[in-house]
Design a protein. Structure first.
Ligand SMILES: *Cc1c(COP(=O)(O)O)cnc(C)c1O
Length: 405
């Protein structure tokens, strides 16, 4: 948790739909990182981080879609990661060094190699569990002159996360290599995701016509959701957040005021939401402890099953000619349930978190459309080999890293 959340209304309240995303980021960042980044550095950071933008599409009086999948890995997480990479380089100036150690799986490593590519002083260590990761380019590895060190661990994802904690807590090692992490434990992943909520707000505020503004967020580890709550803390006028879950909805009990009892994970067609205990649990708890009555009236849990998800993809395609991936469809279905017969008088912004082409089979099944994978997402199915394969022990990880220098 950041130690304080500044009121940033003076920085964004008077922006309008003509403001570009890098402009918004450059303007609010010095407010967020007071005394750390001045306006000049902030605009350098915003300019070098983003060569993609969020896209707000107004569908009708009740619904808009906030497209967040235009980044290099085709998921919204790119927005936080690239900002972190750019800020880190700026803070290191020209002489500092940092090692970013991150647990990844599937194709999430792509997001990190992109964020740290050609960034001075930064080495990116990717740790991943048994199985494969995809989409990395071997030219980016340290052994080939790049700055990425992929290390495979004989074990599961939880063991990778444990190794990162142990590495950070080995102070002599952490200080020698200036270790940090780009997993969600780093608030610099979550805070910059608040910027796209502000962006949606400045684009839409003139067209609300007196309606309430509500965001529907497909939520698994609740990082995106927490970012929305930060946008509200920064002073964004908003009436509610829908926590859109699939059948893995145990966290809804907590939001309704009950005790959180994790359930075993069931597999669904929106896999990024198949989470038993959200990584951001502690951050959410602190929001609820600080203002329970506010949270109760502002946060709306919702649970959408696979069948409903497919129906919603079809409905959105038929009515608006827009393709959603299953995660976005969960959020849209939740928004429709929330709006019900329209008596709420809300305008819901649905966060489209993943590129529909990444789930082309499901999208095709629901809509009958053939979804082409864009050029930049083409080598996502390519497997890569690690630089080292280690047992899940700290010493093994440390010597694998040290052997690269
Ligand atoms: C990670 C992810 C989510 C869930 O986001 P959280 O911050 O974990 O709640 C939703 N959709 C897609 C496509 C994702 O990759």
């Amino acid at each position: 948790m950041p130690s304080q959340t500044p009121d940033m209304r003076q920085f964004f309240l008077y922006m309008d739909e003509k403001t570009t995303y890098p402009e918004l980021v450059a303007t609010v960042t010095p407010g967020l990182l007071q005394g750390v980044l001045n306006p000049l550095s902030a605009s350098r950071v915003a300019g070098s981080a983003f060569d993609f933008e969020p896209e707000l599409i107004r569908l009708d009086d009740d619904y808009s879609i906030l497209n967040l999948y235009n980044g290099p890995s085709g998921v919204f997480k790119d927005f936080g990661v690239v900002f972190f990479g750019a800020v880190l380089e700026e803070l290191l100036k020209d002489t500092g060094q940092a090692m970013v150690v991150t647990a990844v799986r599937g194709d999430t490593g792509v997001s990190l190699t992109n964020a740290f590519r050609n960034r001075r002083g930064i080495t990116s260590v990717l740790i991943y569990p048994s199985g494969h990761i995809y989409g990395l380019d071997e030219a980016e590895f340290v052994t080939n002159g790049g700055n990425t060190i992929p290390i495979q661990v004989r074990g599961g994802f939880d063991e990778c996360m444990r190794l990162i904690s142990e590495l950070i807590n080995d102070r002599p090692f952490a200080e020698r290599y200036h270790v940090t992490s780009a997993n969600a434990i780093n608030p610099c992943r979550v805070l910059p995701q608040a910027f796209y909520y502000l962006y949606a707000f400045i684009k839409i505020k003139k067209n609300l016509e007196g309606k309430d503004l509500v965001f529907s967020v497909p939520s698994g580890n609740f990082g995106n959701f927490v970012s929305g709550l930060y946008a509200w803390k920064f002073g964004m006028p908003v009436n509610g957040f829908i926590a859109a879950m699939n059948s893995n909805d145990a966290f809804g009990e907590f939001i309704r005021g009950g005790k959180f009892k994790p359930h075993p994970v069931v597999e669904t067609n929106s896999p990024a939401l198949d989470i038993s205990r959200p990584v951001n649990y502690e951050r959410l708890v602190s929001f609820f402890e600080e203002a329970p009555a506010v949270m109760r009236n502002m946060v709306f849990p919702s649970s959408i099953n696979d069948e409903k998800t497919l129906q919603t993809m079809e409905w959105v395609w038929k009515n608006f000619s827009v393709l959603l991936d299953p995660h976005g469809a969960v959020a849209f279905a939740a928004a429709r349930e929330f709006n019900g017969d329209g008596s709420r008088d809300s305008h819901c912004v649905i966060l489209a978190t993943g590129h529909p082409a990444k789930e082309a089979d499901i999208v095709g099944k629901a809509t009958g459309q053939i979804v082409e994978l864009p050029e930049k997402l083409r080598n996502f199915r390519k497997q890569v080999s690690p630089i080292a394969l280690i047992d899940p022990h700290l010493e093994a990880l440390e010597s694998a890293i040290a052997s690269c220098f």
